[in-house]
Design a protein around this ligand. Structure first.
Ligand SMILES: Cc1ncc(COP(=O)(O)O)c(C=O)c1O
Length: 351
């Protein structure tokens, strides 16, 4: 799999030829006292705050602030309605329905496959090895002329581990399509992010989200970091106002609270390690996998029974026992110290 990456070749014809929608806010960008160009309601909103105006389509202020935090130029950042939007846009821009395929490495985050199915893109699968790392030979063998993207999730959901950096680099250096690295859980990881490698690899797209460590899942803000050319493609095909005004304002405020977020991350990591220790002591827990994320994968003797028992106690974990390589496994999100104590107390009473 020699790297012959060429973005223009990868782009679907219809997207290359597309004349994008030009919104009122695209056409007039200056200061004005009377806005009569966008068919908004000039009277205001029936709320304490006004949301009667359309938001900035390209979220300039937000990108500038994120650029400072992430150390990546604003022109290399795309913001979407969750990372799920970025995943969908990647399929729509680069994969021809009924012709192209993507490569997934299960067990991994389910949306890559769902989004492929929605977009009528074939999925090739090369399972992770038993220690949840990449099978590089299998991947090299599975790739064909129509393989447009490879999705790698690191730290991986649901297994919790990070992928070996050298393996990811091997794929980046050799695959001629896009390598999408989903770093939704990177803040909890011992591994460093790939967002500083954008200048090194033109085929790299890194996804991050404010839904995890930043505690903003309800606001829906996902980020994609990539070359300027790839970001331009995202901007060309995205819905014009994909990040709403409330989200843009609230996220700007939240980004001032880096210290609070860092304290939560440190506490979550400490709790994760303690919770893992406690889980290992339980007689029905066969294995607790090491985690670089804010959740733990634990192999049990009877996952469904343990899951149901916890539901009856009002504690909900995720039964992943039907997922490939995850037989017997429950996935447990790290909670607050009190919640973690409640979980362990309940599990110690498991009959
Ligand atoms: C690996 C991974 N990527 C992306 C997401 C979704 O992110 P967002 O809330 O930004 O759409 C999740 C959510 O569970 C996830 O586990």
């Amino acid at each position: 799999m020699a790297n012959s990456f060429d973005l223009t070749n990868l782009l679907r014809d219809n997207i290359r030829k597309l004349i994008p929608y030009s919104s009122a806010r695209d056409e007039f960008k200056g200061e004005a006292s009377v806005l009569m160009d966008a068919n908004e309601n000039a009277y205001g909103s029936p709320l304490d705050r006004s949301y009667n105006r359309y938001p900035d389509p390209l979220q300039h202020q937000l990108k500038l602030k994120l650029s400072g935090i992430k150390g990546v130029p604003a022109r290399n950042i795309f913001l979407g309605n969750g990372s799920d939007e970025a995943i969908d846009l990647l399929y729509r821009a680069f994969c021809r329905p009924g012709i192209d395929n993507v490569l997934l490495v299960p067990p991994t985050y389910g949306m890559y496959e769902v989004s492929a199915n929605i977009n009528d893109i074939a999925v090739k699968k090369v399972s992770l090895t038993p220690d949840f790392q990449l099978d590089l030979d299998g991947i090299a063998e599975a790739i064909d002329d129509n393989t447009r993207m490879i999705f790698l999730c690191s730290p991986n959901n649901p297994t919790g581990n990070s992928l070996r950096r050298e393996d990811v680099e091997t794929i980046l250096a050799n695959f001629g399509g896009l390598v999408v690295i989903d770093e939704a859980y990177i803040n909890y990881s011992r591994q460093k992010t790939f967002i500083q490698e954008l200048t090194e690899y033109s085929n790299l797209v890194v996804l991050q989200t404010l839904s995890k460590a930043w505690g903003l899942a309800g606001l829906r803000l996902g980020m994609a970091f990539a070359s300027e050319e790839i970001i331009e493609v995202f901007n060309k095909i995205k819905p014009p106002y994909n990040v709403n005004q409330a989200t843009q304002e609230l996220v700007l405020k939240a980004l001032d609270k880096l210290e609070t977020v860092n304290a939560w991350i440190r506490e979550t990591v400490t709790e994760r390690e303690q919770l893992s220790e406690e889980l290992r002591k339980l007689p029905f827990v066969l294995h607790v996998y090491p985690s670089d994320a804010n959740f733990i994968l634990a192999k049990t003797t009877e996952p469904r029974q343990v899951y149901e028992y916890l539901v009856n106690k009002g504690i909900i974990v995720r039964d992943r026992s039907k997922v490939e390589l995850c037989a017997g496994c429950l996935r447990i999100t790290v909670g607050t110290p009190d919640e973690n104590k409640m979980l362990i107390a309940a599990l110690k009473r498991y009959p």
